[in-house]
Write a protein that binds this ligand. Structure first.
Ligand code: SAH
Length: 311
């Protein structure tokens, strides 16, 4: 595989990140102020002192914010409704993506629910679902009901088709129920409906303020004891703005700051393995509103499960 220059990578989810790595100019600085002191880059190599400088330019007034979101959705409106399309031409990462997610989900279900939830009616929400790839390959096998949220209508229609009963291998008590054609920043889930809210490769489209307000609303959509799974690309430091599709790849430090603002705890995290080297690293976070009581006797080995620091 070649390492494409970042400004040639049209897909933020899976773009190469070499320009963002290692340069001392983009190292995260200590986060001592309320304003994040994290510098970053855009896909043309332009540098920003901190997120505020970048956000001010990108979403600093209501017209700019409108353009940010319509350019983001507009980008995906031009993408084919296929696995290859939603994975930016890296369709072959579907398999390692799903198997790693499945292992993570299994660990979490075993910790959160008696008998790993097998005797419960479980409900999930797939955010930024695209064509329903994650639901079809994973969520529908574990959850009795899955709702999908996706702002791009031709993706959502493909999802509806892919998940129609005649195209499904699972039994009738596992089904895709609601298909919401709306973006995350405008969505408020029904109170207490979901055991798990899964958010994969779409949160980069949200500006920080909408990120925080989305999670605040979504917290109320969780059942007591429910949790979020956020699976995202990670910038090795700071942040990387993709000018073409209007999305932001954040570093772990940046995410942690936002989780704090949302009042969310990192219960567990795990790094994706087996992706091509030129792609951004990918991390899964399990996020809870409070430190949950664990079922069963075995305590999680948090330290040994923690991924190594990315250098
Ligand atoms: N999560 C899916 C799709 C990833 S592609 C998967 O892993 O297969 C990124 C998705 O984010 C696209 O479907 C795109 O339409 C969606 N998206 C873009 N802007 C969004 C927004 N503001 N809110 C929710 N989803 C958005």
């Amino acid at each position: 595989m070649f390492a494409a220059p970042i400004n040639l990578c049209v897909n933020p989810l899976l773009a190469a990140t070499h320009q963002a790595n290692g340069s001392s100019s983009v190292r995260a600085r200590p986060n001592t102020k309320t304003q994040m002191e994290i510098s970053g880059l855009d896909s043309n190599g332009r540098q920003f002192k901190n997120p505020d400088e970048m956000w001010q330019e990108e979403v600093g007034d209501s017209q700019k914010k409108h353009d940010w979101y319509s350019n983001g959705v507009g980008y995906w409106q031009g993408v084919e409704a296929s696995v290859e399309g939603v994975l930016g031409g890296y369709g072959h990462v579907n398999e390692p993506d799903i198997s790693t997610s499945e292992a993570f989900l299994n660990t979490l279900l075993a910790r959160f629910f008696p008998d790993a939830g097998r005797n419960q009616h479980l409900v999930a929400l797939d955010c930024g679902s695209g064509i329903g790839r994650v639901t079809k390959n994973l969520l529908i096998r574990y959850f009795n009901e899955v709702d999908l949220l996706e702002p791009v209508s031709h993706f959502l229609e493909a999802a509806r088709e892919n998940l129609s009963p005649e195209n499904m291998m699972v039994s009738g008590d596992h089904k895709a129920v609601n298909f919401y054609c709306t973006p995350l920043q405008e969505f408020t889930p029904d109170a207490g409906r979901y055991d798990v809210i899964w958010i994969q490769w779409c949160i980069g489209h949200l500006a920080d303020d909408d990120f925080v307000s989305f999670f605040e609303r979504a917290k109320a959509g969780l059942k007591p004891g429910g949790f979020f799974v956020l699976k995202e690309n990670l910038a090795r430091s700071g942040f990387v703005l993709d000018n073409e599709d209007k999305s932001l790849t954040r570093s772990h430090v940046y995410f942690k700051e936002l989780f704090n603002r949302c009042g969310l705890h990192i219960y567990e995290m795990k790094d994706q393995k087996g992706f091509p080297d030129e792609l951004f690293p990918v991390r899964m976070y399990a996020l809870t509103t409070e430190i949950p009581k664990r079922v069963g006797t075995s305590r999680p080995k948090r330290k040994s499960n923690r991924p190594a620091v990315i250098k």
